[in-house]
Design a binder for this molecule. Sequence first.
Ligand SMILES: [Zn+2]
Length: 296
Amino acid sequence: MIVDVHTHLPTHRNAVPDSDRTTENMMRSGDNVSMTNSIADYLRAMEPVDKTFAFGIAPRPWLSERELIEGSGDLAVDGKNHNDVAAELHRAAPDKVIPFMSLHPMDPKMNDEYDRAVGDLGCKGIKLGPNYQDFDPVGEDAFKLYARLEADGLPIVFHQGTSPMRDAPLRYAHPLVMDQVAIAFPELRIVMAHLGHPWQVDCLAVVRKHPNVWADVSAQFYRPWSFWNGMQLFHEWGVTQKILFASDWPVTVPQDNIDGLRGLNKFARDHHLPGIPENEIEGIINRDALDALGVE
Ligand SMILES: [Zn+2]
């Protein structure tokens, strides 16, 4: 089974009109990424995988009109938010898409939205991006949310590592910060996205010591040295079994990540570098993230 633990939401229910199309070229260091996509675009990209976690990112309550990564399409209108869109995407492919909520710990209505997202919409976990959302991941508000999630057995996918967004504080997404969260909440299941890039070594130091903390391999392959280097470090430290498969769609599609992982040893050979055992690479691609994270 292949599980993609990191996918963002499409913006449009149906085909994207030309007038709505937008692209972005910072996230992939110069490559264009389509920021407007339909539900069909999403499902086509997800054909190689069996299950996906799908989520938005809750906006800062003091900037609630602003959409973060989702762009502006026709899905989140008429009072619907990103959590409704995750639920709608699930209804489009109920055997594949597992909806995750996103909340903001400083939103005064957070607990009501938590109840609605889990109770009414069926969300099975949460995505948080403390840098994008501008909250302190080891602050009092965030800790209240983690306590609820830990008690309810719901996993968190955390954005980790850098981002090109200028007003997203890097210190809120540095992987070493997750150590403090995992010490305080030992039963909380955590996914550290992007191997914490470009701080993969700090990410491995955290996942290595905490049984319930995992890393996701999304959006690594298009920086081949950084990818090989990060993966080699995880291999040397004996923690590739803590890496989960992910794409960060729409930034990349799952097939490119599968190909990138399987191409690591060609890169190593071409550059006279040490390889990474094939069984460890296949282990990442085929890891049962539902079991690892307790998602039913
Ligand atoms: Zn992402």
